[in-house]
Design a protein around this ligand. Structure first.
Ligand SMILES: O=C(O)CCC(=O)C(=O)O
Length: 273
């Protein structure tokens, strides 16, 4: 059975979650997102999907070998940056990685129902989001939100408990013991990013929505340079912690002028790891 805690009903949910992530590689945290917020998130994801399609084009999206993956949604839908203010998500980042950790990615998933969905897409093959094992030193953590209820029928994520912090891909027999992450809409699946997992097959007739966040130590390169992608005009209006998570305090200098700036103006601030 997968470990699960309820962040609203259990005062010690964080300690229990950390213990489960350490031993099993993952934990379901129920009740993180208010049910009243989910409709707004879904609408924002569908709008972002249209903007991404218009910007990238169907052919390039198809060529990427994935379907329904929404990268850089926040550029089109800044409301989605508010995930970075959720106290439960911040507690997970602080406890598992560090208060100086940065966002490696925020990706949305509108997993289409089959048979319209492709037969072979990357996220449906078992993989690790951080495929590097460094003597058990945790470099990266995921906070993956079910925006719709997750069921075996609608393509809920599958995880192989205990497969984290292992360099080798588990054998096929072991992968067949993977478990389906069934949970309510608004739950957050926390997992060590070295855990083997994949999306399920969606036979529900309806799309299944989710949003993945991955946070790493601050010196690991991001999937997308969010600071450059969003630009100062957008970043400077955000709360300080969101700026820090997006990488604003760990920018790489491009000139001696930038290097020799006084402390508060430095692009790579001191104490950021
Ligand atoms: O959509 C899912 O259930 C899993 C997606 C996934 O594997 C990933 O984001 O790495």
């Amino acid at each position: 059975m997968l470990a699960r805690v309820d962040c609203k009903a259990q005062r010690d949910w964080l300690a229990k979650c950390c213990e489960a992530v350490r031993t099993q590689g993952c934990c379901i945290v129920d009740g993180v997102l208010a049910p009243s917020s989910l409709g707004e998130v879904r609408d924002a994801m569908y709008r972002a999907q249209e903007r991404i399609l218009a910007e990238v084009g169907a052919a390039r999206l198809e060529r990427a070998g994935e379907r329904g993956v929404l990268r850089l949604m926040m550029k089109f839908e800044p409301r989605l940056l508010r995930f970075l203010e959720l106290p439960e998500l911040l507690a997970i980042v602080d406890e598992h990685v560090s208060p100086t950790a940065i966002l490696h990615l925020q990706n949305g998933f509108i997993l289409p129902p089959e048979p319209a969905g492709p037969a072979d897409i990357f996220q449906q093959r078992f993989h690790q989001d951080f495929p590097r094992v460094l003597n058990g030193y945790l470099m990266s953590i995921n906070a993956f939100f079910a925006i719709d209820e997750f069921t075996a029928a609608n393509g809920a994520t599958w995880v192989l408990p205990g497969s984290h912090q292992r360099g080798e891909r588990p054998g096929e027999a072991e992968l067949r013991t993977a478990q389906c992450v069934e949970c309510g809409a608004g739950a957050m699946l926390v997992f060590d990013s070295t855990l083997w997992h994949c999306a399920g097959r969606n036979h529900s007739g309806k799309a299944r929505l989710a949003i993945n966040h991955q946070f790493t130590r601050s010196y690991i390169k991001q999937q997308i340079d969010y600071v450059r992608a969003l630009g100062d005009s957008m970043i400077l209006d955000l709360p300080a912690r969101t700026q820090q998570l997006l990488g604003y305090y760990t920018r790489v200098v491009t000139s001696l002028d930038e290097y020799y700036r006084p402390g508060p103006e430095r692009l790579y601030r001191s104490g950021q790891g």
